[in-house]
Design a protein around this ligand. Sequence first.
Ligand SMILES: *[C@@H]1O[C@H](CO)[C@@H](O)[C@H](O)[C@H]1NC(C)=O
Ligand SMILES: *[C@@H]1O[C@H](CO)[C@@H](O)[C@H](O)[C@H]1NC(C)=O
Length: 226
Amino acid sequence: MFTQFKIFIALAFAGCVVNGQIYTDNCPSVSGNVSQCNIDTPIADVPSISTSNILTPTYSLNLTVICSSSRLNDFKTAASCVLNSYRHCGDNDYKTLVVKEAAYKDAITYACDNIGPIMHVQNCIGDSVTDCIRNREAREKRTDGATPDRSEPFSDYRDHFCARRQITKECTEHDEDFLACVGTGTASIYLEYYRKMTPAGCGATSIFIASSLLLVSLLSTFMKYL
Ligand SMILES: *[C@@H]1O[C@H](CO)[C@@H](O)[C@H](O)[C@H]1NC(C)=O
Ligand SMILES: *[C@@H]1O[C@H](CO)[C@@H](O)[C@H](O)[C@H]1NC(C)=O
């Protein structure tokens, strides 16, 4: 139970909430197409990959295996095929909540170049991060139960989805036990992976540019008074 929850948290942190940005119930062709992706590009020693596998690669797949030089290209091909089949089910709005193929491949390359630090960070996410997330979700009315349904404007769903990602990110980033466990260099690698996996609808680049600009402006304000 705890492990599952911990995995859920880290998945959300990695930018890929598994309960589905896109509703596939109205998309009967997706399962056949995903099977075809696996038939077209089998990957040695990796069982057939699904939508949730590819959206959560650092958890649900063995990175050491998929990143090996003999498999990485096949993995990227098959996973992109699965990703595109999934995105294909969403309308233009909902598509913006799923990372695009080029960004996805880039994130995988980055994860493969940094397997050690990424696995280490995932192992540092503990109970105190979970407590923070649950508390903030409850206070900000961002629990699962508060998910807006399709009768509401898309922006309501998007705001809810992106706010949940943001809560997870902030709770993890600021948690003292987590920080003591990871070390700063490693945390920045994970944050970069997270940024790469952030879908455009949640401001893939704007949030990070905004926060680094803020930092620069705070620093320059500070310098003025030195
Ligand atoms: C991942 O695969 C490697 C190489 O086959 C293996 O040594 C390792 O134990 C696996 N890790 C997990 C978590 O299964
Ligand atoms: C599945 O493939 C068929 C044939 O290429 C295509 O018409 C359909 O749109 C695809 N569906 C999805 C969800 O990718």
